[in-house]
Design a protein around this ligand. Structure first.
Ligand code: MLT
Length: 242
């Protein structure tokens, strides 16, 4: 690893050229990255992230109907006519095994699409943080951590996870020349990392999900290092690298 990774606070806060040639870790703790990691670890064949519902249905038209599931949410709720919403609890092995998931979400999937010009795109969250770190340690490329955020605004839980990745990768104290985004994420994790679930429950999206009836997704998405699956993009599809 060459230098301290920068952290972009939202999926809209960069120019797509900035990811070229780099290894990019995309985070959407609540809930796209946690759901995709869970789905691949439960045997999904692959995940195609799309920017909108139109793209999702266009891709589906060219696939055998038994081979895919239309998945995702708008504003946190399942999209009408889709097979699955965006709660990781829906992505059990018996549901996803062997299927290709066409995945559309409010912030996570458009961020993945915006990062697709990077040399390597991987999906990270608290669940697979240890495995992501192991992979990042092996790269000589410049690393960027991209938080999906919420509609061009920063999300507390994504920055917190970026801070956790940095702490595991570099240590609790970053070098003086670390970029501001990295310093901020690291300071946030130092302050709130010990009360992970409580502080994510208090976040904007934590409250939004609780109001929609998804409160139990929060402690699940805040579980550390339980999954060894790292979704890596190849030819537009995320598959499980272990
Ligand atoms: C997103 O992509 O914005 C999220 O994953 C929203 C959600 O929690 O469903």
């Amino acid at each position: 690893m060459s230098k301290t990774p920068d952290v972009f606070a939202t999926g809209r806060s960069f120019n797509e050229d900035e990811v070229k040639g780099k290894t990019v870790v995309v985070i959407d703790v609540l809930r796209a990255s946690s759901t995709i990691v869970t789905a691949l670890s439960n045997g999904a064949r692959g995940v195609i992230a799309v920017e909108d519902m139109g793209d999702a249905t266009r891709i589906a038209q060219n696939l055998d109907s038994s081979s895919y599931l239309l998945c995702g949410e708008q504003g946190g709720e399942k999209i009408e006519g889709f097979h699955l919403g965006n709660s990781p609890a829906e992505y059990a092995p018996e549901v996803v095994k062997g299927r290709t998931l066409i995945f559309n979400s409010t912030n996570g999937s458009p961020t993945l699409v915006r990062c697709s010009g990077a040399k390597e795109v991987i999906i990270g969250c608290f669940l697979n943080a240890g495995a992501v770190i192991d992979r990042l340690r092996e790269t000589e490329r410049e690393i960027l951590i991209v938080c999906s955020g919420w509609k061009s605004r920063l999300s507390f839980e994504d920055m917190l996870c970026a801070g956790y990745l940095l702490q595991q990768l570099i240590g609790a104290d970053l070098p003086d020349d670390a970029p501001d985004g990295a310093q901020l994420a690291s300071a946030l994790y130092k302050q709130y990392g010990k009360k992970l679930v409580k502080s994510v429950e208090r976040s904007n999206h934590g409250k939004r999900l609780a109001a929609l009836g998804y409160a139990t997704d929060i402690p699940y998405c805040c579980t550390l290092d339980t999954v060894s699956t790292v979704p890596v993009m190849q030819d537009g599809i995320f598959t499980a690298a272990r």
